[in-house]
Ligand binder design. Structure first.
Ligand code: API
Length: 272
């Protein structure tokens, strides 16, 4: 039997497995089964804890339900930092990912600020299939067009729209996720500016589909909104699961993401 912790950030939910003592043999098939909401536990991402190595408290590996590995997961970063803090009593935790080290500050048992690092704004960084101005891509899909793109370690495209509620995200989301412009696919954000410090966001996540919240998506949204001159550097981003507070910090270009964390339940499973 293998212990797991079911966590979430604003309903973006995770099965967290601990591989720090030894690997569990998470093949693609096993990962897909654990993440399956009918035949397994179910989650938006499968999160594995691995030894952090020098300078980090833990390494976090991120797998989407389709077993694709992701370079960033903002909501899980806060959850993992909170888990390590509960283990160690630390209020500063460094979560290492394939995209870099993410310093996190524990504000309380259910709230964390994660420094998600600096966005990458070049077309090769996103990545895109060919050279393009990442401020406005030449993409049209139904009622949406001309997204801004950036990477938070993982690829994001943000469409700015007058009314997110009017969109059929379940139809246009997958088409855009798999658009030829994105050789590694992309996470697709649909954002509505409510005020210079407040946006509404609905996400179609790469490899996961519609989620109640997306931390790296919220980071990409504040970056792309500010680049477009639509907001300041700080904003509350309201997603179906709730609010995150974002700041694209001027001093070092890092994106700070503050929000809640929660454990829904713990359990044990027999690895299929
Ligand atoms: N689907 C994403 C990973 C999870 C991102 C999201 N859950 C977050 O909180 O950032 C990707 O393939 O890049």
């Amino acid at each position: 039997m293998v212990a797991f912790r079911k966590m979430h950030g604003l309903g973006n939910d995770f099965v967290v497995l601990d591989e720090r003592a030894a690997p569990l043999g998470l093949t693609d098939a096993r990962s897909r089964l654990i993440a399956d909401r009918h035949f397994g536990i179910g989650c938006d991402q499968l999160i594995s804890l691995e030894p952090g190595g020098q300078g980090a408290d833990v390494f976090m590996r991120i797998r989407n339900p389709d077993a694709s590995e992701a370079q960033a997961c903002g909501n899980a970063t806060r959850c993992v930092a909170s888990l390590i803090a509960a283990e160690t009593g630390k209020t500063q935790v460094v979560v290492r990912t394939v995209a870099g080290d993410l310093p996190c500050t524990i504000l309380g048992p259910d709230r964390v600020v994660a420094d998600m690092g600096a966005p990458r704004l070049g077309w090769r960084d996103v990545p895109l299939a060919r050279e393009a101005d990442t401020l406005a891509l030449d993409i049209v899909e139904g009622p949406v067009a001309a997204p801004a793109a950036c990477s938070m370690g993982n690829p994001h495209a943000t469409f700015f729209v007058p009314d997110v509620a009017a969109l059929d995200v379940a139809t246009i989301g997958p088409r855009l996720e798999h658009h030829a412009a994105f050789p590694e696919r992309a996470n697709i954000g649909f954002a509505q500016v409510l005020a210079p410090d407040h946006l509404k966001l609905v996400m179609w996540e790469r490899g996961a589909g519609m989620t109640l919240a997306c931390g790296s998506g919220a980071c990409a949204t504040i970056v792309n909104a500010h680049r477009r001159g639509l907001t300041g550097r700080r904003a509350t981003i309201t997603m179906p699961g709730g609010d995150l507070v974002l700041e694209w910090r001027e001093s070092d270009g890092h994106v700070l993401m503050e929000g809640p964390v929660a454990t829904a339940f713990t359990g044990s499973l027999t690895l299929p």
